[in-house]
Design a protein around this ligand. Sequence first.
Ligand code: ADP
Length: 193
Amino acid sequence: MRLILLGPPGAGKGTQAARLVERLGIPQLSTGDMLRAAVEARTPVGLQAKEIMDRGSLVPDEVVVAIVAARIEEPDARKGFILDGFPRTVGQAEALDRMLAEKFIQLDAVIEFRVDENILVDRIVRRAKETEERGEPVRRDDNPEVFRTRVEAYRQQTAPLVDYYSRKGQLRSVDGMAPIDEVTEAIRTAIGA
Ligand code: ADP
């Protein structure tokens, strides 16, 4: 199964991705996680991405496309994968289409998380607080100011993908405002698994 999770920051993609990993036994490929690992390891990509991520903007397409292209070649991704946080621009979606076509692979579905943008900031503030309470490091971009930039980047650069995948007949929308278990159930129904 090859899935894309699409939705604004704080929509619950990570939570649902973890459940899908359990259920389907395929890996979650989160470009955010991969980029944070690169920043942490101070690789050339990490050094380039750090400042961009800290201000909530998008890392250049060619950088993320290269990361994803390498990652989906790895053995654990052969049987399928859940893309979380990629593609985030129409350019990335087109690059992904080319990558998959070369491998004669098809996407099964793009799950769109529909949410009320007004409550996203509350969610992120709560997430940062809970992370802090667990004694874990809070993401540098999980603060209200940077968060607004991330939502704006979503609106301008990523939201057009809803149309893109809808036209291709691959879009399945779920209500991201519903309780976590209900979202899980809606996704299960949407992908028929
Ligand atoms: P979110 O919680 O907003 O979904 P992520 O963990 O997916 O955050 O990503 C954090 C940051 O990493 C983004 O704000 C962006 O700077 C960078 N990033 C992640 N994925 C991509 C991508 N596909 N294209 C460009 N930048 C990306």
